[in-house]
Design a protein around this ligand. Sequence first.
Ligand code: NDP
Length: 331
Amino acid sequence: MFKSLQIEDKPNTAPVATEAERVKCLIIGSGPAGYTAAIYAARANLSPVMYEGLQPGGQLTTTTEVENYPGYPEGVTGPVMMDDFKKQAERFGTDVRWGLATKVDFSGDIKKVWIDDTKLIEAEAVIIATGATAKYLGLEDEAKYAGGGVSACATCDGFFYRGKDVAVVGGGDTAAEEAMYLAGLCNKVYLIVRRDELRASKVMADRVMKTPNIEVLWKHQTKGLFGDGVVQGATLVKNKGEANEEEVKIKIDGFFLAIGHKPNSDIFAEYLDLDNVGYIKTVPGTSKTKVPGVFACGDVQDPIYRQAVTAAGSGCMAAIDAERYLSEKHN
Ligand code: NDP
């Protein structure tokens, strides 16, 4: 029920590999970037093998209606769109597998990637499309009530709060989208915003403001959660200006985080350049990382656009870059 998008950050010990397999092109991750890379790589005869990760289809499987992806004039839900991507990748022969990359060794010409700490894949080229993971506030109560009212995915878990009161934290497009989704299921949605304005795009912000059962709590921050075993309420702090704060309690059954994402790049940090947030750095205008034969696409390398369509475009670039790398290597 409560999904995590986390690529596990394992201690730097060599996993025990019980079996090894050599592949031409390995794709790690299965959002729009990974599937698009797979479609292009498969059609270029690279026989791609894809490991889907913990959340097959990536973040879009936790979104509701996608209205801005070209080719779907009536809109489409994220899960349906990702299923279409997957079918298209498989149609051209992509070997899509369940499994999580847990460690890599990019020191040699042949790249090593361990799946679930057991299976070793040796790849001539690697395309990283591991996406990004939802951030949490860092409150002890988030862990205390994990599985008991705290979630970072309204689409996954909103169903459990039908007819109840819930809160969403954040002021960006994700928070706006999650609040509107929950407003359609729940009795009341509090949107907890730390500033006095939304970061969300105007169209999304307008929709939030026009939804009668969403109440925006401006300049509020979450101090903690309370409840007997499960979330029954949140303690907030309202900033009234000039160090004047007021504590406010709201009664809620669900507490949804929507405050941004962290790129899933931890396992690559030893070999690739990352920015200060953790986004993989690529050569501008390409998907090339600093390691020849390792390419990155999608949200794991995109701090700016982070859209399904830009992720798909960068997946295409990664497959073309990988194809050129491999053909130069073999000629
Ligand atoms: P954003 O980074 O855009 O927004 C994060 C929000 O969370 C901000 O309002 C921020 O506040 C708030 N926040 C961050 N940390 C805290 C904290 N510790 N306590 C309280 N509030 C906090 O992330 P999103 O996930 O919303 O969006 C990411 C990208 O994806 C954006 O480019 C967005 O446009 C896009 N997107 C597009 C969608 C669509 O088109 N359908 C849907 C969802 C996302 P503050 O504003 O004060 O910094």
